[in-house]
Ligand binder design. Structure first.
Ligand code: 9Z3
Length: 366
């Protein structure tokens, strides 16, 4: 990151302070920051006097825009299942929940009916009097979910705030964490969002849509240009030759996103309970990376998970404790003399092998 535009009036104490000062000075605050911070403050002020614990749950993936007027962006896989599900469990446990989520990702309660494989309309039919009725087989569960949702709403226990980009996320995360400071250990930060590690810094971000042709720059080509020069100067996207000149490729140059967990733990919410997630794809490094994160940031708990098995198992890595794997039962189809029946798979201490997982989603949530 360039430090040319750093504000000289703010003297950083540490590298982490300097990274924070630079990032939040060089990147523009999102337009909704004030509004969302105001809503969060009102929510915290409502619950704190009653001694209610408040949790900030972050959920879903952050995007990395490639253009200021964004047509294209880099995204990640997260649907927000972990965050939305956890938010429901926190509500059941008596917490007030600030649900900071990627816009249009899964939300507590409605997630049961907005899953990609089920259209919510498939749960409904038209009654004889023209009213809308839930299908018989879904009624009891839907009623239960509806009651829980309405109860949370009625008691003002759930505040949902959306983000889209990594920049929106970082600004609002900082603001809400700071607002949670007065809660002390009654404020829990549960960081389940899948946060981008790389981004395009503002000084390198173009204003307009990145072009794949230079069709608007029509200039006469001088007669004596070489074939290569001609190709470099007038390119279009119909040329799919395998030897594409460099000028036709889109090379994306990303900076690392500063790791703000240190700032969060030490400065934004120093007395809060902080739970972060560590996502990996390689089982060999998951626990080590989770331990490294805990040692480095000195917070309360790192929950490790692997992309392929995240719905079936997680590992808890906490200070002065041995690592604990938490798993939901795997149900396997097993042939018996009386037909196919379900059986619960045996569980070991090592990460599960994705090959041993049954198809589909687990029946229980983790
Ligand atoms: C997680 O690891 C979450 O459990 C998942 C949930 C994103 C895997 P889904 O939304 O997936 O249910 O589909 N979140 C944290 C990932 C992350 O970005 N962690 C950062 C890191 O690993 C640190 S806070 O460096």
């Amino acid at each position: 990151m360039s430090s040319q535009s750093s504000r000289p009036d703010l003297i950083p104490q540490t590298t982490a302070d300097a990274a924070e000062r630079d990032y939040f000075f060089e990147n523009p605050p999102p337009p909704a920051l004030e509004k969302h911070s105001g809503q969060a403050k009102e929510f915290i002020d409502f619950h704190a006097p009653a001694g209610r614990r408040v949790v900030l749950v972050t959920s879903g993936g952050t995007t990395v825009p490639l253009e200021r007027q964004t047509v294209r962006f880099i995204d990640n896989f997260s649907a927000g299942t972990r965050g939305a599900t956890s938010a429901e469990y926190f509500l059941e446990a008596g917490y007030a929940v600030i649900f900071l989520h990627r816009q249009f990702s899964l939300q507590p309660y409605s997630r049961h009916y907005s899953h990609a494989t089920d259209c919510f309309l498939d749960f409904l039919h038209e009654g004889p009097d023209g009213s809308i009725v839930a299908n018989e087989e879904y009624q009891s569960k839907m009623l239960e979910v509806l009651r829980r949702y309405n109860s949370a709403k009625k008691q003002n226990l759930l505040l949902t705030l959306p983000f889209t980009t990594i920049n929106d996320y970082l600004f609002v995360l900082r603001s809400i964490s700071q607002l949670m400071r007065p809660l002390g250990p009654d404020g829990l930060l549960y960081l389940a969002a899948a946060v981008s590690d790389f981004f395009v810094p503002p000084e390198r971000m173009v204003e307009h849509k990145i072009q794949s042709t230079n069709a608007t720059e029509t200039q006469a080509v001088p007669e004596q240009t070489t074939k290569e020069q001609n190709e470099e100067e007038t390119f279009d996207n119909f040329d799919s030759s395998p030897t594409v000149p460099r000028s036709k490729r889109l090379i994306v140059d990303l900076d690392p996103v500063p790791k703000f967990l240190k700032n969060l733990v030490d400065g934004w919410a120093p007395e809060g309970m902080i739970v972060s997630f560590k996502l990996e794809t390689d089982p060999e490094i998951l626990v080590r990376k989770a331990q490294y994160s805990l040692d480095r940031y000195q917070h309360h708990l790192v929950i490790g998970n692997l992309l392929s098995t995240r719905k079936w198992e997680v590992v808890f890595v906490a200070p002065n404790q041995s690592d604990t794997w938490i798993r939901v039962p795997r149900r396997r189809k097993k042939m018996t003399s009386s037909g196919i029946e379900n059986m619960v798979g045996e569980l070991g201490d090592k990460p599960l092998d994705p090959k041993d997982l049954p198809e589909g989603e687990p029946e229980m949530e983790i």
